[in-house]
Design a protein around this ligand. Sequence first.
Ligand SMILES: Cc1cc2nc3c(=O)[nH]c(=O)nc-3n(C[C@H](O)[C@H](O)[C@H](O)COP(=O)(O)OP(=O)(O)OC[C@H]3O[C@@H](n4cnc5c(N)ncnc54)[C@H](O)[C@@H]3O)c2cc1C
Length: 387
Amino acid sequence: MPDAFSKKAGYQQYFGKAHDMVRRSVKEFMDKEVVPFVDDWEEAGEFPRSLYKKAGDVGILGTGYPEAYGGIPGDIFFQIAVCEELMRPGSGGLAAGLGSLNIALPPIVRRGTPEQKERFVRPVLAGDRIAALAVTEPGGGSDVANIQTTAVRKGGHYVVNGSKTFITSGVRADQITCAVRTGEAGSHGISFLIIEADTPGYSVSEKLKKTGWWASDTAEIFFDGCRVPVENLLGEENKGFYTIMENFQSERLQLAVMANMTSQLALEASLEYVKEREAFGKKLKGFQVLRHKLVDMATEVEASREFTYRVAAKIDTGLDQIKEISMAKNFACQVSDRATYDAVQIFGGYGYMRGALVERLYRDNRILSIGGGTTEIMKEIISKFIL
Ligand SMILES: Cc1cc2nc3c(=O)[nH]c(=O)nc-3n(C[C@H](O)[C@H](O)[C@H](O)COP(=O)(O)OP(=O)(O)OC[C@H]3O[C@@H](n4cnc5c(N)ncnc54)[C@H](O)[C@@H]3O)c2cc1C
């Protein structure tokens, strides 16, 4: 957008030259290290562990984190640019798996002691350790205040019993940022512990088989008398519910960005296809009904992306955007639901075939309106603000 416009209309450019440089370097990394292999990783159900180290070495994992722990600080749009480029090869699972630190580390960065940050943030940003967030339990994910995994303090340890499920990067995680019950029933009895995977009493299920996000490993995690040192308590005891809610804001932003990229990729693939594919002696783009479908898709993607960026900019200035980020996530997911459905329709039978990008986008997309708070939970939150 020209500068004159910025000045006249107060238009805020979200991405500047520095963001573009970061975006270009992530794209180069993805083109070299991911794109040639991603289809095989999708089929195999995981990407190589060494990718974390490679991504750590070039600063991808550290973008947006404090320099003191090996990060490269910057405003929220640096992380958005990275997230968009992680999504560009069209594997939501790869983006979710490589990016699981972005839901696991923020509570440690915000509430951790300097020692905890040194031990649990620095090596993750470097790609030497894998971090996951563990909140959801087999008994329920939406009702976060009802967490059942217990942590009872005995001397210098918390003894943890219970289980967590659907944990992204859970199979390979070296550490989890884990919500546990340390106190009374309800939201005032929840704390966070950082639990290391080699702690006795900690075990992990087989990789869970999923509709989409195949390249990310998802696990159930069990705690059987798992003894966690009290030094691993994150923040204050029984104040963890607030930390969960705080963390949801950035997780929902990431999911909105992922949904917008999913829509963008579905749109781009469809635009290419209608220019090549013929039916009844003419290109598909010659059919007005398909052109209009694409126009609706393009319009919705642009509106959703702008709204998400706007909310992100407000979050970055410190404004409370709980209602707005819930709206942005829901809106982005509605758009990506339609875009992925329509893209498969435009591709016809080929869109239903494994190996077609739009087929994977269609599968990967389904989780976005479930993870990080479902559509219904977002609506419950929004309703509290507007009613
Ligand atoms: C691939 C994948 C990766 C995930 N990664 C992680 C992770 O890394 N860490 C983590 O902690 N969790 C993770 N999750 C869990 C995810 O956050 C939960 O699945 C989600 O929060 C929903 O919880 P649930 O599945 O238990 O559904 P439930 O809470 O059982 O909800 C079932 C249905 O009831 C509806 N519902 C529930 N309560 C209400 C209400 N009050 N009003 C209206 N409707 C309601 C829901 O919207 C939903 O439609 C992941 C899930 C998946 C599938």
